[in-house]
Design a protein around this ligand. Structure first.
Ligand code: NAD
Length: 346
């Protein structure tokens, strides 16, 4: 599996050139000239940067009065990462515009990627407007991290057009996009979403069933619940816990998922032996002992105090840039590793 996508050729000027070829299938981007990004926060900015670097003109819709400054500053921050991916980054802001009226913003676009607040009623309202104003051919995707498309599309006249395209933060960098069809999403919409994200250089995964939180975030939630429990109980500090993760399961899961890992953990007998040998003990002694913490005042105070102490030296922007550099280095290393395709496909 290639984690760093082949850059499309010269997209530095109009963006049109970027869509014409590319070994990664970026020819499919030919039909995506213009995108509407609804909600220009953390995720919206990241998508906008990637879309622009892939040669797609972007219009941002967000009611914040200071949205222009925020997005332009955000774009500056992620530009080094886009350049490190080999994407053209000259004058990205030249193909970026802002439109405060939602219906006007989506008129004439080929893709709408919605990244508004995670509130079901608000998303429902936003999408009712979008479906009436966006062209019939436009791909309609929401970045929601937990709300099923079925719920968001409840009030839509054409629910078959909406699909979840859930990125992993930051979307300009992390390969995964979970494509989650709602009960009424059409197969055509799913196919279109898969082709689009693939052409963008992402690694889309279509889920076979709709489930709140989807897959990657459910996994994160399960692990984070235990992280909060361990820190709240004083077993380790946040820094110690992060060190344990990056030196063990973090590294491990970058090259093989949990099932492949435990298949190897079972020795020559593979996963069947692992389940007999260690899995049953995990079920009886470990699973019932896992924590069920709450974000009560005292737990939150512990978490915030430690975060200040641990991460207080750098701004979030500096820490994000550091993360981006390391993430790209890791992706490059995996891409350069013989046979890493079969391993990381686990
Ligand atoms: N942050 C993450 O790690 C992450 C990861 C994947 C998906 N998501 C999803 O992406 C979406 C956005 O999350 P975020 O972290 O970027 O949030 P954010 O708070 O950073 O950004 C949300 C933006 O939406 C804008 N907004 C508010 N009302 C709006 C409206 N009516 N129309 C258009 N824009 C409006 C806000 O002004 C804000 O700029 C959410 O659905 C979230 O679940 C977040």
């Amino acid at each position: 599996m290639t984690l760093i996508p082949e850059p499309a050729p010269d997209a530095t000027t109009s963006g049109q050139d970027a869509t014409t070829s590319g070994r990664d299938g970026s020819a499919a981007l030919d039909s995506y000239r213009r995108a509407a990004i609804i909600g220009g926060g953390v995720i919206g900015i990241s998508w906008a940067g990637l879309f622009l670097a892939r040669g797609i003109d972007v219009v941002i819709n967000d009611p914040r009065p200071d949205i222009e400054g925020l997005v332009l500053a955000g774009l500056d921050e992620i530009t080094p990462a886009l350049a490190a991916l080999g994407l053209p980054t000259e004058n990205l802001a030249g193909r970026l515009s802002f439109e405060a009226d939602l219906a006007t913003a989506v008129a004439g676009v080929d893709i709408v990627q919605e990244n508004g607040p995670e509130r079901p009623e608000l998303k429902q309202r936003i999408w009712q407007t979008i479906e009436q104003a966006a062209p019939a051919h436009a791909l309609l995707a929401t970045s929601t991290s937990s709300i099923p498309a079925t719920a968001i599309a409840q009030a839509m006249r054409q629910p078959e057009r909406l699909v979840v395209g859930h990125p992993f933060n930051p979307p300009h960098l992390v390969p995964l996009v979970e494509i989650v069809p709602g009960e009424k999403t059409s197969e055509d919409t799913v196919r279109q979403a898969k082709a689009f994200y693939t052409a963008l250089g992402k690694k889309p995964q279509v889920l076979r069933k709709e489930i709140p939180g989807f897959v990657a975030n459910r996994l994160q939630s399960a692990l984070f619940r235990e992280c909060v429990h361990l820190v709240a109980q004083g077993v380790v500090t946040e820094q110690e816990l992060d060190d344990i993760v990056t030196a063990s399961i973090g590294m491990r899961w970058a090259v093989g998922g949990p099932f492949r890992t435990f298949h190897l953990g079972g020795g020559p007998g593979g996963l069947p032996h692992f389940i007999e040998h260690l899995g049953r003990a995990m079920e009886t002694s470990m699973w019932p002992a896992l924590g069920t913490p709450a974000f009560d005042d005292s737990t939150v105070a512990v978490l915030i105090d430690q975060a200040r102490e641990t991460f207080g030296d750098g701004t979030v922007e500096e820490l994000a840039a550091e993360r981006d550099r390391a993430q790209i280095a890791l992706m490059r290393a995996l891409d350069a590793t013989p046979d890493s395709g079969s391993v990381s496909r686990a």
